[in-house]
Ligand binder design. Structure first.
Ligand code: ADP
Length: 710
């Protein structure tokens, strides 16, 4: 009987306060030796605008001050009005209504002041209790531990007062403040982190004594070539392995949409021929496509970027976006898979491990074992394949596979890549992901629960294939790169924070910054829920819609950042009932922006992830790192990483619901809101979640063991 290896790293881990011992930044060269290098300084962001803007900003502030003054200095006449009403002298309906509105506004102000007072006293008591607990024993239980030291290093930006912050002007429906339509929206004008700065001094502290050469082949790599979690994971895992002393290179398409200025050390490495099949007059013809390889560094990872040499003769990887450019994706990734193997062979890389990701690179293991192993310089490599999502498995007809220069017929059989569901169809088709599973030495997916769910039949057709290959299949929880996602140093934020260090105060400033910039009520007493997501059915579109439409009834604010093929309904809502003029509590941003996502994580009280299925999910982990509590539907990796605060008072790190119906979501949000009102508890929870460790170190160790076992 076969057994499934479930490599579980599901327990939330705790961020240690490890200070890297090496101070200079060493980078592994492609030849394998370590060298220390000065990186070119990136272009500085141009200083944010001029006198005119500053004047406008002070006018903007001035209006608020004047209004406040008017409210407080109108003393005598307001008092008279009040007395008249109390004495029954003023009885008109309009005046009463006006007075009611006034009292309501004052009540809201009172509530804000009370919350502020609570927060001020709380944050001082919280930091003193946290620092005094640093020497006492940690509250370790089975799942959550707290860090030994409360304080972390210095914050990048720590405004002494609100007036030190350059508050944005509110966006209009079109995105830019009135009069500034020619400029970028406020989140795109924020400075960006220089990855070098983030990673400075961070090299392997304890190097493995069995360093391996690992070549990743992937369609995405954060932060530059990222659409979703795939990019985050290849970057985070790649860097984690590098930190252990392995020699890691990541092979990536050189998309036309990548900004060369954002790639460090970009250099042309070599040109080489890649066999490419085409149909010519009804005949299959293999010709050579000259391909160029460049080296560089993205997100702290050494990369090899591949693209056709003759840019005029090919559309491959062209267009303004990573996917959906002006090229045929299937053809492009089949060519890329073949080109990656050719590069590894012709450059003499001789890797120990080739790690491929998703359907786009599944032709690599297929071609490796049939065409390269034992026939080229590539003899010792073993293949690991990671499934990030079974939503897209790479359907491919036999003649389409010929783009690799290899006839697909040899793979289009039941024991290799034939998709059994197409048997009897004309034509019968292949499933690249099945081919990847069959031809890889080890197959992983991105959380233990998703691995179990797929084996239990929730992976559609692939469940059967994975079950048949169960002995080489395991679930390893993803992490996030704690240097790339670091609210203490994130340059995008107007005020930085860390657990035990200005968490409450500066997070509040980030909330206000986002509220002002997006034209929402700058009201800290309203719980702010954000959702940052690809907008596709997997992500629970109907529940996101429900949260949007219910937020004002629940007394919440809601900001959505997302795009995808199911975003049509949200676009309509953004222009109609939740337009800038119709709502000061909801903003729907149907776009992609890393900078805005960072501001949102920092500003949020809660991050909603109501997925129907979720292989791992990174947004809930980033949320915690930025001191926001996730509200999630229990599935896949969400079930592995979020513990309900009400169900487990000691270890809870978010709010969890189970059903896929409106009521389940509503009840969960109500529970979250209730906790938000209890300021002490809420701030303690923010501190707690920001200390949970979902960095790559632990999962990196599991991958290292996996590589070792090959
Ligand atoms: P998936 O890979 O299914 O998209 P994950 O939760 O694993 O979901 O990863 C999503 C990643 O993409 C996170 O880093 C999230 O912040 C980011 N992201 C998703 N949508 C957007 C967007 N519209 N703008 C910026 N970042 C986004």
């Amino acid at each position: 009987m076969t057994t499934t290896t479930m490599v579980t790293s599901s327990s939330p881990r705790v961020v240690g306060n490890k200070v890297p011992s090496v101070v200079c930044r060493a980078r592994r060269s492609s030849s394998g030796e370590n060298r220390t290098m000065m990186m070119p300084l990136k272009k500085k962001m141009s200083a944010r605008d001029d006198e005119k803007r500053r004047n406008e900003r002070s006018t903007f502030g001035g209006v608020r001050v004047a209004a406040a003054r008017r409210r407080s200095s109108g003393g005598s006449s307001n008092d008279d009005d009040e007395n008249n009403i109390i004495n029954g002298a003023t009885t008109t309906r309009d005046e009463l209504l006006e007075e009611i509105e006034k009292v309501k506004a004052e009540n809201a102000k009172l509530k804000t002041l009370q919350m502020q007072l609570e927060d001020v006293s709380l944050s001082s008591s919280l930091s003193s209790s946290l620092s005094s607990s640093s020497s006492s024993k940690s509250t370790t239980r089975t799942t959550i531990k707290t860090t030994k030291k409360a304080a972390v290093g210095a914050l990048r930006t720590d405004p002494k007062s609100e007036s030190e912050i350059e508050w944005p002007l509110p966006i209009t429906a079109e995105g830019c403040p009135v009069g500034e339509e020619d400029k970028k929206p406020f989140w795109e004008t924020r400075p960006k982190n220089d990855p070098d700065e983030l990673f400075e001094g961070k090299t392997a502290t304890e190097k493995t004594n069995r360093p391996k050469k690992i070549a990743h082949v992937t369609a995405e790599l954060a932060p530059l070539a990222k659409v979703g979690g795939l990019g985050d994971v290849t970057q985070g895992l790649g860097r984690a392995m590098q930190m252990q002393g392995h020699n890691v290179e990541i092979i990536l398409p050189y998309y036309q949409s990548l900004d060369a200025n954002e790639i460090f050390d970009l250099k042309h490495v070599m040109d080489f021929d890649v066999p490419k099949g085409t149909k010519w007059d009804g005949e299959n013809v293999v010709s050579m496509m000259k391909t160029s390889a460049y080296s560089g560094n993205i997100g702290g990872c050494d990369v090899i970027l591949l693209k056709p040499h003759e840019e005029t003769n090919s559309n491959i990887f062209k267009g303004g976006a990573i996917y959906g450019g002006s090229y045929n994706e299937l053809e492009a990734y089949l060519y890329f898979s073949r080109a990656s193997l050719e590069f590894l062979d012709k450059s003499g890389r001789d890797p120990d491990v080739i790690h491929v990701h998703e359907w786009q690179t599944c032709a690599v293991p297929m071609l490796y074992w049939e065409e390269y192993h034992g026939k080229t310089s590539l003899n010792k490599a073993k293949i690991v394949m990671t499934i990030h999502n079974l939503d897209n498995t790479g359907e491919c007809r036999e003649e389409e596979f010929f783009a690799t220069g290899v006839n697909g017929a040899k793979f289009n059989v039941i024991e290799k890549a034939l998709d059994e569901r197409t048997i009897g169809h004309n034509p019968e088709r292949m499933c690249l992901m099945k081919g990847g599973v069959v031809y890889s030495n080890k197959v992983t997916t991105v959380s233990p629960t998703y691995a179990k769910e797929t084996l239990d039949g929730n992976g559609g057709f692939m469940s059967k294939i994975l079950k048949a290959n169960q002995e080489k299949f395991s679930g390893i929880l993803n992490g996030i790169d704690y240097d790339l996602w670091n609210p203490a140093l994130d340059a995008t934020l107007p005020a930085n924070f860390a657990p035990g260090n200005k968490m409450t105060e500066n997070k509040k400033l980030c909330k206000k910054y986002l509220q002002i910039g997006l034209g929402l009520d700058a009201d800290e007493t309203k719980p702010l829920i954000v959702c940052i997501s690809r907008l596709v059915p997997q992500k629970g579109i109907h529940l996101i819609e429900r949260a949007v439409t219910q937020s004002e009834n629940n007394g919440n604010q809601f900001v959505l950042l997302g795009s995808g093929h199911s975003d049509g309904g949200f676009k309509r809502m953004a222009n109609e009932e939740f337009s800038k003029t119709n709502s000061s509590n909801v903003r729907l941003m149907i776009t992609y922006s890393d900078a805005l996502s960072r501001l949102m994580y920092a500003a949020a009280d809660f991050v909603l992830v109501p997925s129907m299925f979720e292989p791992c999910g990174l947004t809930q982990m980033i949320a915690m790192r930025y001191g926001a509590l996730p509200i999630v539907r229990s599935t896949g990796g969400l079930a592995d990483t979020v513990i309900d605060c009400d169900a487990d008072q000691e270890n809870g790190n978010g709010f969890v619901f189970y059903g896929a119906d409106d009521q389940s979501l509503d009840e969960c949000i109500q529970r979250a809101n209730k906790t938000f009102q209890d300021r002490k508890k809420f701030h303690e929870l923010q501190e707690r979640v920001a200390r949970v460790d979902y960095g790559w170190e632990a999962s990196g160790n599991v991958y290292a063991e996996l590589y070792e076992s090959l």
